[in-house]
Design a protein. Structure first.
Length: 417
């Protein structure tokens, strides 16, 4: 069996970014750039006003006060979207609005609140605090030829705005992977059979809904291939529904039971099996293989095991397919608030709440309760996975361990577990 670290590296090494394609900006949110983007223009494209007010020469308003105002003749008005036609000369001013180009000769914009009078009668400036200020200089944000965004970066709202500002309408991005997920088991049914679930005759396919959410949150496009029965024929039929997916994820059927046919059927279909078990808890029965470059990850069927192994192995695979250069969440140090006693010498990933405590603000970890792999509420209450190394069967309170915070936006290149 591989360690979790070895398994995660193996999986990610077999996941390459999907081929890039050009997308309209409004369809590119959260996708990853496949090219460096340089600006064809300066931004701003011209010196412009940062205020509604008057464009003036600083020398004309120096020393202006309420008692000794500087009165100037207004020569024109320039709205945002307009362009000045006249030069500001000594004793004159241009009425200007935010974003409008600065007229030649002006070196200051006096805010409207520090003036009195009507443009047609001239304007009196009674405060010189804006002398030399309130001008956005040409190219102060972006210079023509500057690289504004680098390949490998995700396009968030701000990045979309930057691309729009330089008229880059169709960025080259890696498309989102189509991730097919498939459950198995005669006892598992969907919610259209709620009566049988509530009567205790069948088990709800909670994994299907969990995986749908996890795949979407990771940036993939979830494709539900249904629930296969405990037969080779049913499994083949459902796997056929996932033929067009970029990544196949199955739950259950990867253990050693009499009805666990996933490995056998996938091998018959031509998958090259590269991994079958991992030295960890929960989630030891983990499968991984490829078919013509398309990866398959087989997760255990217990709900908690499904979620833990998704975070450690499937989510990084999805991010790699998306083109992210940093596929793994980082680990942070957290101090245990209680003693922990564990069983076999395996690396454990315990569901915990990690939060800052005390005047120093250090992170403290508290378990969410019983840690059985079927107790899904232990994940619903958790915001982190607390990592306990295999050589630590007993962990005293106050021990510093590593934890993966499940909503941490910071990522790293290598698995931190």
């Amino acid at each position: 069996m591989l360690t979790p670290t070895e398994a995660a590296k193996l999986i990610v090494e077999h996941c390459a970014p999907l081929p890039p394609e050009r997308r309209p900006l409004k369809e590119a949110l959260d996708l990853v750039l496949a090219e460096d983007v340089a600006s064809p223009i300066d931004l701003p494209a011209w010196d412009n006003s940062a205020m509604d007010g008057y464009a003036v020469r600083a020398a004309d308003v120096a020393g202006a006060t309420r008692e000794r105002g500087a009165t100037l003749r207004v020569i024109e008005t320039v709205p945002a979207g307009g362009f000045p036609e006249r030069t500001v000369t000594p004793g004159t001013a241009t009425r200007i609005f935010t974003g409008a180009p600065l007229p030649a000769g002006a070196d200051s914009v006096i805010r409207q609140e520090d003036t009195e009078g009507r443009p047609e009668d001239g304007v009196t400036v009674f405060d010189d605090r804006d002398a030399g200020h309130n001008i956005r200089r040409r190219g102060e944000d972006i210079r023509r030829g500057d690289m504004v965004l680098a390949a490998g970066g995700a396009l968030g709202p701000a990045q979309l705005g930057v691309l729009a500002s330089i008229a880059h309408a169709t960025p080259l991005v890696h498309r989102a992977p189509r991730v097919a997920f498939l459950g198995s088991g005669d006892e598992i049914v969907d919610l259209d059979r709620a009566g049988e679930i509530l009567a205790g005759r069948k088990v709800a396919t909670s994994n299907s809904y969990t995986l749908f959410g996890l795949i979407r949150r990771a940036g993939g496009i979830p494709l539900d291939a249904g629930i296969a029965g405990d037969s080779r024929e049913s499994l083949r039929e459902h796997l056929a529904r996932a033929a067009d997916a970029d990544l196949l994820v199955t739950t259950a059927g990867v253990s050693v039971g009499e009805h666990d046919f996933v490995r056998e059927v996938l091998t018959e279909l031509g998958y090259d099996m590269k991994l079958w078990r991992v030295r960890m808890r929960p989630g030891a029965p983990l499968g991984f293989g490829t078919l013509a470059g398309r990866p398959w990850i087989g997760l255990p069927g217990n709900p908690v095991s499904t979620m833990v192994t998704f975070e450690l192995f499937v989510r990084p695979a999805i991010r790699r397919l998306l083109g992210h250069p940093l596929p793994f969440r980082r680990a942070v140090a957290a101090c245990t608030a209680e003693p922990i006693r564990l069983g076999p010498p395996l690396r454990h990933f315990l569901r915990a709440v990690v939060q800052p405590e005390g005047p120093a603000g250090g992170l403290t970890a508290r378990l969410t309760g019983p840690q059985g792999s079927g107790i899904l509420t232990s994940m619903a209450r958790a915001n982190a996975l607390l990592i306990v190394p295999e050589d630590r069967p007993d962990v005293p309170a106050g021990t510093t361990l590593q934890a993966i915070v499940l909503d941490d936006p910071q990522h790293v290149a290598l698995p931190p577990f």
